[in-house]
Design a protein around this ligand. Sequence first.
Ligand code: HEC
Length: 107
Amino acid sequence: MKAVSIPALCLLLAALPALADHPDAAQLAKSKQCLSCHAVDTQAYAPSFKDIARRHSAADTGLLVRKIRAGGRQHWGEVAMPRTGTLGTPVTDAEARALAAWVLSQK
Ligand code: HEC
């Protein structure tokens, strides 16, 4: 029973990525390769998610969703963030929303 219900729960959670307080957004960030460039609280190749959260308010959610999907450059420095799908599997709009909300909650 346990072996069946845990994967079923994972599927259910994966199907609801737009939930406001996405409990496994951290896992999503890992599976979408975000953490190969970003760390939550230290500057790595890319700015930390805490620094990003400090620079943006919830009003910027739409901007961050677009950046997560399209990539971006020159907001933080010369290093660019590639368009989604360049590394790993592409991020959907709903996933980008969950990730943006999660990043903004890292203050
Ligand atoms: C190849 C490295 C790389 C990967 C992978 C990557 N990023 Fe980035 N990200 C960057 C860099 C570099 C910047 C800074 C770009 C700039 O200066 O505008 C950035 C910026 C951002 C910003 C801030 C945008 C802004 O305007 O302040 C967010 C939010 C973000 N990334 C989220 C993510 C998420 C979520 C993922 C995973 C889906 C991800 N990143 C994957 C390198 C990466």
